[in-house]
Design a protein around this ligand. Structure first.
Ligand code: ATP
Ligand code: MG
Length: 553
């Protein structure tokens, strides 16, 4: 049984929520998952999704999916569709689908409220001047001359910003807080900027767009969010989150709680950086099976349950920590060990002719789909005179303790007979190209008489085999923390994809579907590639190796 079926582990956020409910601070739990639609979701987002949807579900609450769409240059409808698909695939149902842009009019009205209270002003300092005036961690900032504009002047300027009277960047609306605050986020942060860019939902209705910090807290409050869960980098923004909600007329004040981002070794979890991998062609797309995106993991053969299990296992903490890739791989390995159907596939075929087997002979052998689970049924596997075995299951010069086939030696064919190698045929270069063998007709499902045969190898009938391309994936980066490099692209593993063009698969795999994983016995876990596989040209992806072999290489 996988741990996904266990009761969720306690974490500090679940604890806070339980306490809040016990103390009747809230009667219901409402959370939200608020991605910016500027790329595909990655495994880091899965952590946030499982947490937000998870704590809501555990408390009979609700979780919204909200697109934080205030940066139209980088965002698109295609990304929104991909995000919806991935959240649903992970197994979560949002209560409402929202967009920050749904609130543009309300956000504008709240900004007018702040101006009316003397808590916001329109500034004509340039971006560079604003940076200069901001001060540093050790030095207080300097007040902008615009701070002394009257409320009437600010109302007029802000209305004209909206009306499109000014050039992009000519003015910003700023909160009037404290230029000497030790928290730089409170040194009169920008609330609105002028930017003439077409928005995927509001078109050209707006030429001013609200800033993230301003938008986020108000969107949360408008949706009645009780607990606004975000990652640690927003801890220093919490004071601004609270300041804005304390100073506008709104009767909901969600509690922002920060948790550690997922940092996963040998990969990158940032949409911006993953975008570079896509646009610079280092991978085939956002759904390349080497990508740590939900779409990439799905295409590689990860199940939604294995990703949820991973998120549960890593837990939710207040401190950043690196997670080893092996933790993620173990989740899918465990899932597939329990659930994947078994099949035989030969990746590097070596032809074997069984000379004493009738040339027109054919037996249909029955094999279990899962050795530990009879309920998964049996499949039919044809056996005939010519078969393929794996090249490295034969050794001309065997290393010590080699238990597979050698010249003059015997081996068992999985689920079939014991064969003996009588003759080794080589090409001019000395490469073994064919074996001539004989079989012991008395060994089907039985031990041979008077001798021990230790090795068992997999095989496929040549006449019935399906040709397939097999894609073997390895880690995308050569170093545990690619971000520590000058340029993370320099750390890309050049051998992250190995393509095997001519593998031979057991005939039953013709009907394989992309969302069903297989264990190719003795080889690894695989699934049909959802994008490139055709009935006349099968393509399989390796999801994960049978064991954790990465450090053993
Ligand atoms: P990126 O840099 O990849 O775009 P982001 O945090 O800007 O990351 P958003 O789409 O804004 O991405 O994030 C949506 C939600 O997912 C936020 O609440 C964010 O905190 C959370 N999130 C993003 N990355 C991670 C991560 N690595 N671990 C946990 N949560 C994350
Ligand atoms: Mg973001």
């Amino acid at each position: 049984m996988s741990s996904s079926e266990n009761i969720p582990a306690a974490n500090f956020i679940r604890q806070i929520i339980t306490n809040d409910l016990e103390q009747q601070k809230h009667t219901d739990v409402v959370t939200r998952f608020p991605p910016e639609p500027n790329g595909f979701l990655h495994i880091g987002h899965a952590k946030s999704i499982c947490l937000n949807f998870g704590v809501a579900a555990e408390n009979n609450g609700l979780c919204n999916l909200r697109f934080d769409d205030t940066n139209p240059e980088k965002e698109s409808i295609e990304y929104m569709q991909a995000i919806e698909k991935d959240v649903a695939w992970l197994g979560f149902e949002w209560a409402e689908l929202k967009h920050s842009s749904d609130y543009f009019e309300a956000l504008y009205d709240f900004a007018v409220q702040l101006i009316n209270k003397g808590l916001a002003y329109v500034d004509n300092l340039s971006a560079e001047q604003i940076r200069e005036y901001r001060g540093t961690l050790t030095e207080a900032g300097k007040e902008s001359p615009s701070r002394s504009l009257s409320i009437a002047e600010n109302l007029d300027l802000f209305a004209r910003m909206r009306a499109g009277e000014f050039a992009d960047g000519a003015y910003v609306l700023r909160a009037k807080i404290d230029m000497a605050s030790p928290n730089i986020n409170l040194r009169d942060p920008a609330l609105y900027r002028i930017r003439r860019v077409h928005h995927q939902r509001t078109g050209d209705a707006w030429c001013i767009y609200p800033m993230y910090d301003y938008t986020h807290c108000i969107s949360d409050a408008l949706e009645g969010i009780t607990h606004s869960l975000c990652t640690l980098e927003f801890a220093d923004h919490r004071a601004l989150y609270d300041w804005i909600l304390d100073n506008i007329e709104i009767d909901c004040h969600p509690q922002q709680i920060e948790f550690a981002r997922l940092a996963l070794e040998y990969t990158i979890v940032s949409k911006r950086k993953l975008n570079r991998l896509v646009t610079e062609g280092h991978v085939s797309g956002w759904d390349d099976p080497r990508m740590p995106t939900i779409a990439g993991l799905r295409r590689a053969g990860y199940t939604a349950a294995s990703i949820r299990d991973f998120c549960e296992r890593i837990g939710v903490t207040k401190k950043d920590a690196w997670i080893e890739m092996a933790v993620l791989e173990n989740c899918i390995r465990e899932d597939l060990n329990n659930n994947a159907l078994r099949a035989m596939a030969v990746l590097e075929p070596l032809k074997v002719v069984i000379e004493n087997y009738p040339s027109d002979g054919l037996e249909i052998l029955e094999m279990s789909n899962h050795p530990q689970d009879e309920s998964r049924g049996k499949r039919k596997v044809p056996f005939s005179q010519v078969i393929y075995i794996e090249q490295d299951d034969f050794a001309d010069v065997p290393p010590p303790k080699y238990k597979r086939l050698i010249a003059g030696g015997e081996v068992r064919l999985r689920g079939a007979y014991v064969i003996k190698c009588n003759e080794v045929i080589k090409d001019d270069a000395g490469k073994v190209i064919e074996l001539r063998c004989s079989y012991d007709a008395d060994t089907l499902g039985k031990k041979p008489e008077g001798r021990k045969v230790k090795g068992v190898i997999h095989w496929v009938s040549a006449e019935h085999a399906l040709d397939a391309e097999i894609r073997l994936y390895d880690r995308l980066f050569n170093v545990a923390n690619p971000d520590a490099e000058d340029d993370f692209c320099d750390a890309i593993n050049p051998d992250s994809l190995t393509i095997i063009k001519q593998a031979k698969l057991e005939a039953s795999l013709a009907a394989a579907k992309p969302d069903v994983g297989f264990q190719f016995e003795r080889v690894g876990y695989f699934c049909v590639d959802a994008m490139d596989s055709r009935s006349d040209k099968l393509v399989f992806n390796r999801t994960v190796t049978l064991r954790d072999t990465w450090f053993a290489k």
